[in-house]
Design a protein around this ligand. Structure first.
Ligand code: GLP
Length: 260
């Protein structure tokens, strides 16, 4: 696991945009895994700006979303399919139909989850999966207690996550209780995992994920088992890392040929 601590969330966003840009240069048909929530928004703004300047193109790329709410009507602004269209795909040159999400309105939820897993596999798997982290250590919507071997399925949100996400809704009780999410085993099949976090409210979750025991209690700790993870932090979200100074020294002294 590489932990990159930068001065600001904006610097982190530029770093992650560089990772995406290099991937798309190497493979214009790369499969991207996209996250929602506020953490990746600066990354998306940076990618949109680079795309408008002609520095990056998504024209050959495909993307899969991490998760989706159940029970929101079609076109609801907080449906993650809508959010990603507004925040990224509608603003860059991704082809129509290139972004695959989960259908929270499907009549047969288990079949929908199987369909989604099969679609990822038939696209050749995800090359780079962008992740945020919840204050309770969730990734996607894999709440504490999620099996480290889980696949895409229905989950129930914790009261804390519903409170955290209430800021996106008109009223707290509008936040759905149920969601569909890629499982932890699904997520960790992506070839490169890039987790972004910023702000002191993420410091405990980041420390538990990076330095705590690997445990279903902190679902993001499963990243410790993956061979290629980049955790991109600002100073505030890195504040509780015991190895913070070491991570900073390592990054500062990193040989240029190593790449990310
Ligand atoms: C949300 C999303 C996650 C996201 C996390 C943190 O509920 N399902 O994908 O990483 O919670 O959200 P934020 O980035 O807004 O803090």
């Amino acid at each position: 696991m590489e932990v990159v601590v930068l001065d600001s969330a904006a610097a982190g966003a530029r770093f992650v945009a560089d990772c995406v840009g290099r991937l798309l240069q190497r493979d214009p048909h790369a499969v991207l895994g996209l996250a929602t929530g506020s953490s990746p928004l600066l990354v998306y703004a940076e990618l949109i700006a680079r795309c408008r300047r002609g520095e990056i193109s998504f024209a050959g790329a495909t993307a899969f979303l991490l998760d989706e709410y159940l029970g929101l009507p079609m076109g609801h602004p907080q449906l993650y399919a809508t959010v990603i269209e507004t925040e990224l795909s509608g603003e860059v040159d991704l082809r129509a139909g290139a972004v695959h999400g989960l259908d929270g309105g499907a009549a047969d939820i288990e079949a929908e989850c199987r369909r989604f897993e099969a679609a990822i596999a038939s696209a050749g798997g995800i090359a780079l999966q962008l992740l945020g982290i919840g204050r309770d250590g969730h990734i996607g919507f894999n709440e504490p207690g999620s099996s480290l071997g889980s696949r895409t399925r229905l989950k129930t949100l914790t009261a804390r996550t519903r409170e955290d996400n209430a800021r996106f809704f008109a009223a707290a009780d509008e936040v759905p209780r149920h969601v569909l999410t890629q499982g932890l085993a699904t997520i960790t099949e992506a070839r490169h995992l890039v987790l972004v976090a910023a702000g002191e409210h993420k410091a405990d979750a980041v420390a538990a994920a990076v330095e705590g025991p690997v445990s279903a209690f902190c679902p993001a700790s499963v990243l410790q088992l993956h061979p290629h993870v980049t955790v991109v932090l600002d100073e505030a979200s890195a504040a509780n890392l015991r190895l913070r100074d070491h991570f900073k020294e390592t990054f500062a002294a990193k040989p240029a040929w190593q790449g990310v």
